[in-house]
Write a protein that binds this ligand. Sequence first.
Ligand SMILES: [Zn+2]
Length: 225
Amino acid sequence: MSELNLILLGPPGAGKGTQAQRLREDFRLPYIATGDMFRAEKEKGTELGKELAKYMDNGDLVPDELTIKLIMERINAPEAADGFILDGFPRTIPQAEALEAEMERLGRSITAVLLIEAPDEEVIRRISGRRLCVKNPEHVYHVDFDPPKHDEKCDFDGARLVQREDDAPEKVKRRLEVYHEQTTPLIDYYDERGLLRRFDGTRDKTEVHDHIRATLATLRLEETL
Ligand SMILES: [Zn+2]
């Protein structure tokens, strides 16, 4: 079987998390999300974890070298022998180049970069429409797509519904600006290398998932020819 070494890209709210979850189930690939990885390593209290804690506790960015080292440990582990799903890294071209060089040393390469896209106005609508129950934040609603039965009240417990501070439209717009600024060069970089595959995140989740699966099946077929 050929490897599926995948990178996920896309703005917040385009459904990247959902698709990652489904791909993990489909292909039994380890999911390497840098944020989670940092937190886990820190909790384990390893030497690397202690080094990470120094940056994280100060609110500083973790240096690329350290991030790459951790990612390569995961990529080189037996459970990633058939591939992996990388999310949250790379974010810059130097990071992408470093990853490429490290992969090459292992005799491996990136199979595809999956970009799940959605226009800004759609992302803003999706995220800023979210409402959470003040009693139980797992009770989640959306003013357009999944409204509560009674205005601004939780269906389960009648508690008040609120918008998370980060979900306010201005905050989402700012996040999108940062996303575009960082990711546009990276998208071009992978596009030039013929690795980029685009998916329409405004479509139904299952449709997007089917499209990704079909694309990956074609890639694997091409590889074996
Ligand atoms: Zn509730």
